[in-house]
Design a protein around this ligand. Structure first.
Ligand code: FPP
Length: 244
């Protein structure tokens, strides 16, 4: 049964298994990434249908540069194509695109395309699709810490007055709620330097399904799992039940 209640506001996904999907079919790895892009389109539509507010996708980690040069360059080409084609579709869907990560490492052409896609969709009010590209959770926290260190060094704040919220305001996703549900496809059970700070209380869902095979039924299963969880945020289950 599909969950109607308890829909997460923010879903974050590590889309793993594209390479293995292609290998099983004796296809080049990039064919797996192209098939993965199709799954992205379907999951975006499902999120819109279910009125999920934010979908964050890990498209390229800061460690992915270590992959063979050919795969990296084909992935960059794919991002470029997806940005051009799909940003128009996102705009029609009233969805907003936001890219997080250190984009200075990308070609200027790709950086321009990212900025254009963000700009085109910035006034939309439906689903926000966050694409993490050249992103790392530690990088995100480090940047926020540096901002605070600068403010402390200039005398604007005292280091002993620093609160969680102040660090949080320097993180890339500060304007959105933390993810309620994290999904990783492809069988690994790791966070892999994704949203380290923001996943503190997130429900974690791991599936063996490879990303190109993650269809609506699989997404619904993940949402059903979430709907069945009791989120306690450190309290006892009795306290949570009293509040309901
Ligand atoms: C991990 O699978 C996937 C990636 C590193 C790339 C993800 C990219 C896409 C789905 C395409 C475009 C998406 C957007 C949002 C622009 P893997 O290669 O590590 O798979 P493996 O573990 O089977 O080798």
């Amino acid at each position: 049964m599909t969950a109607q209640k308890n829909i997460p506001r923010h879903v974050a996904i590590i889309m793993d298994g594209n390479g293995r999907w292609a290998k099983k079919r004796l296809m080049p790895r990039i064919a797996g990434h192209s098939a993965g892009a199709e799954t992205v389109r379907k999951v975006i539509q499902s999120c819109i249908d279910k009125k999920i507010e934010v979908l964050t996708l890990f498209a390229f980690s800061s460690e992915n540069w270590k992959r063979p040069e050919k795969e990296v360059s084909r992935l960059m080409d794919l991002f470029s194509i997806v940005l051009t084609r799909d940003s128009k579709k996102l705009d029609k869907q009233n969805a907003r695109l936001k890219v997080i990560g250190d984009r200075s490492a990308f070609s200027l052409k790709l950086q321009d395309k990212i900025a254009a896609a963000e700009n085109l969709t910035k006034n939309n009010s439906g689903l926000t699709v966050v694409v993490a590209a050249n992103y790392g959770g530690r990088w995100d926290i480090l940047n926020a810490a540096r901002q605070l260190a600068r403010r402390a060094a200039s005398g604007e704040i005292d280091s002993s007055d620093i609160e969680y919220e102040m660090l949080e305001s320097g993180l890339t996703l500060h304007e959105y709620p933390d993810p309620d549900l994290f999904i990783r496809t492809g069988g690994e059970k790791r966070i892999s330097n994704f949203l380290l700070w923001q996943l503190a209380y997130t429900e974690l869902y791991f599936t063996e399904t490879l990303w190109p095979e993650f269809k609506e039924a699989e997404f619904n299963e993940a949402l059903d799992y979430f709907a069945g969880r009791q989120r306690r945020f450190g309290r006892t289950s009795e306290q949570v039940e009293q509040d309901q």
